[in-house]
Structures are given as C-alpha cells and as structure tokens.
Design a protein around this ligand. Structure first.
Ligand code: FAD
Ligand code: SF4
Ligand code: SF4
Ligand code: SF4
Length: 500
C-alpha cells in the first residue's frame, strides 16, 4: 500500500499512469508548472531530478495539468464555451474562414497558407505580444522539433512548417516566463499542448497570467521520434541528418538532397504515439484560434476563430493587409474534409479508449467524465427544439451542399408523414464515391434506427444511450406520441450544460 505522503504527491500517479504507460507526449507542462523544479524532460522522457515529497506533503499539480489526465477538463472547456456555435466535430467557435498569408514567399515554405507564421510575425512587429512559443528544428537532426521562445520576426520565420514529432512547447513557455521575463506570450501547439495550457489556466497557475493568445494546430497525431527515424534509416537507408523535410499528404514524404521518398501511411502508422490513438481533439478545440489544412486548396489554411480575443487579433491582422480570407461556404469540399477527419479521429479514439481501459484499468483523458451532475438535468431543458430535418428523397450530392451551407454535420431523415425514420451524417455521405452522389438517395445510406430518448428522461439517460450506441447524439421523442420528433441532444450540448 502507498504511504500517505506518496498518495498525496501527484508525481506518483503521473509516473504510473502517464509516463510509464507510454501516454506522455512530452509537452513539458509538468516541468514548467512544478513548484519544486523536480521535473525535467531529458532524452525524450520526463525524469524526476529529486524526490519532491521531501519538500512538500501534498502537491496535485503535475498530474492535474497533464493533458492526458482526466482532471480539469470541463473547466478548461469553459474558456471557449461562450462562442455562439457548438459543433459536434469542431467544438465551439465564432467563425470558420479560409485564410492565407499575403506574402507568397511564406506560403511557399509552409505546409499550408502560412497563416500561423504571418499572425505571429504581425503580433511581434506590432507588439501585440512580446514573444511567441514556436517549434524550430535541431540543426544536426532537421526532423527533430526544437521548442523556442521567439523574440524577433526571424525566430518566427525559422519555425515555419509542421514538424511531426513531439515538441516540448509548454516547457518553452515556462522558459519564456522564468528565463526571459516575458509577460505577454503567444503560444502555438497541437491540441494536447493547448489543453495543457488551458489546464494551467483552470488551475490558476501563476505562469499563465503571461499568456496572451493560443493558436492551436489541427492534429491527427505525432510520431515517436526514435522509432520512426530508426525505421526510415533501416528500411530506406536515409540517415536522420540527411532529411531536409518531412511532409504528410496522401503519403508520408521524406525529402532529401537526392529527391523525395514516399512511404505509404499505413507503414508508418505504427510509430504514432499511444496517446494519439485515444485523443479525441482534431481541431484544437480549446485554442483562441485553430489553424489546419484546407485540402484540396494547396496554399490556404482553414481558420477556426473561437474566442473574442482570437477574433479581434485575427481581424486586426486581416485589416492590416497581412492575411487574405475567403469564405469556406464557397468551398464545400474543404469543409467536408475537416469534419470527416475530426469525426473519424473521435470515433477511432473512443473505440480505442475502451480497449485501453481494459488493459490499463483507467480511461485516458476524454471529455465528459463528470457525468453524475447530468442526472439532475431534464432533457427537455437542454434539447435543441429548432430541428432541421432532411427528406428521405434528397440525393447525397444535395445533402453535401446543404451541410456546407448549414454547418450541422448530421440530420434526422423524415418520411412523407414527417416522422423521423433515420439519421444521415456527413461522415457516411462523404464515403459515397463522387460519381454516385447525384444518383444515391440519403435513404440508402441513412442509419435506420435513430438512437432515441424521451422528454421525461434526464441528461444522464441521453448520455448513456450515446455511449452504448457509440454516437454523439440522440433524437428526443414525446412519449405520448412516440413518432413525434421534438428535439435533439448532442454530446456537445451535454458538455455545454456541464460547463455552466
Ligand atoms: C503533428 C501535426 C499534425 C498535424 N495534422 C494535421 C491534420 O491531420 N490535418 C490538418 O489539416 N492539419 C494538420 N496539422 C496542421 C498543419 O500541418 C499546419 O501546421 C497548419 O495548417 C498551420 O499551417 P500554416 O501554414 O498556417 O502554419 P505555418 O505558418 O507553417 O506555421 C506552423 C507553426 O506550427 C508550429 N509547429 C510546427 N510543428 C509543431 C509541433 N510538432 N508542435 C507544436 N508546434 C508546431 C511552428 O512553430 C510554426 O509556428 C498538423 C500539424 C502538426 C504539427
Ligand atoms: S512537486 Fe512537482 S513533481 Fe512533485 S507532485 Fe508537485 S508538480 Fe509533481
Ligand atoms: S504534462 Fe506533458 S510532459 Fe508531463 S507527463 Fe504529461 S504529457 Fe508528458
Ligand atoms: S493526436 Fe492528440 S495527443 Fe497526439 S499529438 Fe495530436 S493532440 Fe497530442
């Protein structure tokens, strides 16, 4: 049995559940937040330099702020929860737009529209913030991210482009505060990095007072550095020092002086970090501004503006001629692709999480842990009553155009009598081959048995039914008239309710 002092020291749980179980993504938040400077990332691992229980009787910090623990999730969500739109796939937001750097040279160097680089450069030049946390690369190993505190525009320019290995950006954030004395910092990271910062904010950690703005990147996962580079060296005879650039498109591309080697994605998927397999956040749902690709448009990015602070900063940069924007509603393929990517990531993660719970005995960090409070809430008080339905004779092509304009990702399907007889999602519609979309009816792809609840049930009943059926929504019917659809409740509605 653990001694009292050891059970009150968060590091013991962090070590067992996160570090030794392989869930650490090396963000460095625990190192930055530790009050006794006991933790340090060394040789791709969090190490404890001294036994902190000799200094403190109780300390919950490192486990609670770790993005892979279940603590503080709802409080972290509250930082974006006042946005007007709640989208099941993309989280809370104010606006989604397409954007690109006005400077074509920046666009050439980035993986997308160089929006992040342009925003950071603009922010430093106008003194909107005094520094930015970016990920450059190690000179001797150009694939390896080197988290850095950018103080001048050149530091930002040398970090352009995506690096597909873990970057300890939260550690660099700590260095900006303690080492450089910075007081107004822009932070860029993948969703788990942003979550770590939001958890520090929820914890009211003193270093978070210096955070000015967070820019989150979309993320499908990162690779284990040594494991993937060893594989590339062994199989393709390319040494890490020879790699000039890595790119992810339909294949994984390794660029060297001798040309480009393409590796099928399924060959490298086994090198993705374990945490990424249970991560449900694709679109950096907690950032002020989230940025991702805009496939099939080559030099544009998709920008999701979530908070008022993000909106003011972004449109200031637009007004000052740094960024061009374009309406996403005019590019339904871009919208479809991000929604599908987000939904697929979430669905795969929820399935994987269940399996992992059996192996490890606990559930990795997933939203919606604090479910007991849901039993107190009546479904009819939280359901959306303004329901948009689609007729069963709509074609898949019409449905996809409709989705791009209306921004919901799934709709109840009704018959001629107005009864809900199924459920159609963007994910399923987009899997119909393009050549068949104009001739396939939504009724051919609809899920025929909608997951249902009744107005007299509570929000916990709705949540349980979602979990049992591995779906993110339930249709609400009137028990007196069970064919009458009266509302919809989604998982996002439940989270929204809990954050209140
Ligand atoms: C690991 C990873 C996975 C991604 N997966 C997807 C995806 O599946 N779909 C999608 O649409 N987009 C994905 N993206 C985002 C995409 O690659 C671009 O980063 C994003 O569209 C921003 O483009 P940009 O041209 O505006 O950025 P740029 O102007 O090129 O700036 C990129 C910024 O990202 C920072 N950065 C780079 N690598 C890292 C890293 N590993 N950790 C923290 N910060 C970093 C740099 O500091 C730089 O400031 C991923 C990014 C990463 C890092
Ligand atoms: S003192 Fe540091 S290592 Fe110890 S529990 Fe607290 S945060 Fe973790
Ligand atoms: S806080 Fe970050 S570095 Fe620390 S254990 Fe968690 S994921 Fe790893
Ligand atoms: S998939 Fe999730 S856990 Fe993995 S690097 Fe991206 S945000 Fe972090």
């Amino acid at each position: 049995m653990e001694s009292k002092s050891s059970s009150l020291i968060a590091y013991n749980v962090l070590e067992k559940r996160i570090i030794d179980s392989g869930f650490c993504t090396l963000c460095g938040a625990c190192e930055a937040a530790c009050p006794t400077s006991a933790l340090q990332i060394r040789k791709e691992k969090v190490q404890r330099l001294h036994d902190c229980s000799e200094d403190l009787d109780l300390c919950p910090i490192c486990y609670e702020i770790c993005p892979h623990s279940e603590a503080l999730l709802l409080r972290s969500l509250s930082f974006v929860a006042d946005a007007p739109v709640k989208n099941e796939a993309l989280g809370y937001y104010r606006k989604i737009v397409l954007a690109q750097a006005v400077d074509p040279k920046l666009r050439e160097q980035s993986h997308g529209g160089a929006v992040v680089t342009s925003l950071l450069k603009y922010g430093i030049e106008t003194k909107f913030f005094d520094s930015a946390i970016v990920s450059q690369t190690e000179p001797e190993n150009p694939s390896k991210p080197k988290p850095a505190v950018a103080l001048v525009p050149d530091d930002i320019l040398s970090a352009i482009g995506s690096k597909f290995f873990p970057s300890s950006v939260a550690k660099a954030y700590g260095r900006a505060v303690y080492g450089h004395g910075k007081t107004s910092i822009a932070f860029v990271g993948v969703p788990c990095h942003v979550l770590a910062l939001r958890k520090m904010e929820a914890w009211q950690h003193k270093i978070i007072d210096h955070l000015k703005i967070t820019i989150g990147l979309f993320c499908f996962g990162t690779f284990s550095l040594n494991s993937l580079l060893d594989y590339i060296e062994e199989k393709y005879k390319i040494k890490p020092s020879e790699i000039k650039r890595l790119r992810v498109s339909s294949k994984f591309e390794v660029h060297t002086e001798n040309g480009v080697t393409q590796i099928p994605m399924h060959d490298i998927e086994k090198h993705i970090l374990p945490s990424c397999r249970t991560c449900t956040d694709f679109a950096s749902e907690l950032a002020d501004i989230s940025v991702g690709g805009a496939y099939p448009l080559p030099d544009w990015s998709t920008v999701i503006i979530r908070t008022k602070a993000g909106e003011d900063f972004f449109y200031d940069a637009v007004a000052n001629g740094v960024i061009n924007t374009w309406v996403i509603e005019q590019e339904p393929k871009v919208y479809e692709r991000i929604i599908v990517a987000a939904m697929q990531k979430r669905t795969a993660a929820l399935k994987q999480a269940k399996e992992m719970e059996e192996v490890y005995g606990y559930l990795p960090a997933l939203m919606l842990r604090e479910t007991d409070a849901l039993a107190e809430i009546k479904i009819e008080d939280i359901m959306a009553k303004d329901i948009t339905t689609i007729p069963q004779d709509m074609t898949v092509k019409q449905f996809l155009d409709y989705v791009a304009k209306h921004h919901h990702i799934s709709y109840p399907m009704i018959n001629k009598q107005g009864e809900a007889i199924g459920w159609v999602t963007l994910e399923e519609a987009s899997s119909v081959p393009k050549s068949k979309r104009a001739t396939t009816l939504v009724s051919e792809i609809a899920r025929r048995k909608p997951v249902a609840a009744y107005t007299d049930e509570n929000a916990l009943d709705a949540f349980k039914r979602m979990s049992e059926n591995e779906t993110g929504r339930v249709l609400i019917f009137d028990r007196a008239n069970p064919k009458k659809l009266v509302g919809i409740v989604t998982k996002t509605d439940l989270m929204h309710t809990l954050t209140k």
